[in-house]
Design a protein around this ligand. Structure first.
Ligand SMILES: Cc1ncc(COP(=O)(O)O)c(C=O)c1O
Length: 385
């Protein structure tokens, strides 16, 4: 038997410029974080509404820990479910305008569990090429045929459906790296025309788009069949969910392996997420966020980096630079100047689309954004772009 030569593999990862390191913060999530004793501007967080590090959510979670304890000591079907979990699932269903919902330990778990459960051997999953890794992994675990269509290319999608028939279209609502929004109305029409299910991952639309932040489906006034999302981004806590009809949710509770075979998350997460969802409904943070989005987009346009800033504004703004070493260098130079903006490389994005993924929060201040733009401009000049 030969073992994988891990040292060699790590060397190969480094040679390709794909080695990743973690940078620990010494503070809670916010528009500024502490790292190595200094305060840096944080442009790499999915804490879009700025509530993840809030005292309010911490207090709700703290009180719930006192009432319910920390661990749940059992999977959801075997003793790990508290009343709080049910309350959260009711709240999610009502927030999404669906009959019922099921909460998972994270969004990744929701996708890798739900997609295989809902797709049988005789079906085809039609998946956009820019869908999130958790969708890709859910497809890999499914027994169905998987057909990937070029990002947003609905002609290719239709041709594929005509060839393979019966199944489910899977799409991100807001694409996690480009910040683009799915062509949901057209996808709905195609799904209806061919009698397919429409599955949407709204990890980045939840709390952001639509009336009261209800998400991408609400933004387009379109109903999807499976409305998946996370509690770990705008909602500011942790966990994933799927909202849909009562029957589908009942089916998932009985078949989704990541739900069945994993210890339930703490009741304190559920309590905090219920509060997080209530905060999402308040208009004021989204207003502040979209003000910052416009401000940053204008600032980036004035840097003339050749980026396409059109489309529906979301808090994810990609600055595509192309080249692993290039994005890593620009990110490092920005960090030295006090701005954290993570470089995104393959396989998270396709080769040559390496980017800085700027994400904004409601709580960023204009002067922080000005400073960040200045740091980006200088870093790009220093790298010779
Ligand atoms: C589009 C998308 N789906 C799913 C996930 C997974 O969610 P979670 O972080 O809650 O596991 C993420 C982010 O990590 C994401 O960006």
């Amino acid at each position: 038997m030969t073992w994988l030569d891990i040292s060699k593999e790590i060397e190969r990862i480094k040679e390709r410029g794909l080695y990743r390191k973690m940078r620990p913060y010494d503070s809670s999530q916010g528009p500024r974080v502490f790292s190595n004793g200094s305060s840096i501007i944080n442009l790499s967080s999915n804490n879009y509404l700025g509530i993840a590090g809030s005292v309010e959510l911490a207090e709700v979670a703290g009180n719930a820990i006192r009432d319910w304890g920390v661990g749940t000591s059992g999977s959801r079907l075997i003793g790990g479910t508290t009343r709080m979990h049910f309350d959260l699932e009711e709240e999610i269903a009502s927030f999404k305008g669906e009959e019922a919902s099921l909460a998972f330990n994270c969004g990744y778990m929701a996708n890798v569990s739900t997609i295989p459960s809902l797709s049988g051997k005789e079906m085809t999953i039609y998946s956009d090429s820019l869908n999130h890794a958790s969708i890709i992994d859910g497809c890999r675990l499914s027994k169905a045929r998987v057909e990937i269509f070029k990002h947003g290319d609905l002609d290719e999608l239709e041709k594929s459906i005509e060839r393979y028939g019966n199944g489910m279209i899977v799409t991100d609502g807001v694409f996690s790296m480009t910040g683009e929004v799915a062509k949901l109305r057209k996808l709905r029409k195609i799904a209806d025309d061919y009698n397919l299910l429409l599955y949407m991952d709204d990890a980045h639309g939840t709390g952001i788009l639509g009336k009261s932040g209800r998400g991408t489906a609400d933004y387009f006034n379109v109903k999807v069949d499976i409305n998946m999302g996370t509690l770990s981004k705008a909602v500011g806590v942790q966990g994933g969910f799927v909202a849909s009809s009562k029957e589908r949710i009942d089916f998932l509770a009985n078949t989704a392996r990541g739900f069945i075979y994993s210890t339930a998350f703490p009741a304190a997460w559920a309590a905090a997420a219920i509060r997080g969802l209530e905060l999402c409904k308040e208009e004021k943070r989204r207003k502040m966020l979209f003000h910052n989005v416009e401000y940053m987009r204008e600032g980036l346009e004035s840097l003339d980096l050749g980026q396409n800033m059109n489309g529906i504004p979301t808090p994810i703004i990609p600055v595509v630079l192309g080249g692993n070493n290039r994005v890593v260098k620009v990110s490092e130079l920005m960090f030295k100047r006090g701005v954290f903006c993570h470089p995104i490389r393959y396989p998270t994005v396709p080769p040559n689309k390496e980017m800085l993924r700027i994400t904004l929060m409601a709580t960023h201040k204009e002067e922080d954004l000005d400073f960040a733009l200045g740091a980006l401009k200088e870093a790009i000049k220093e790298v010779g772009l």
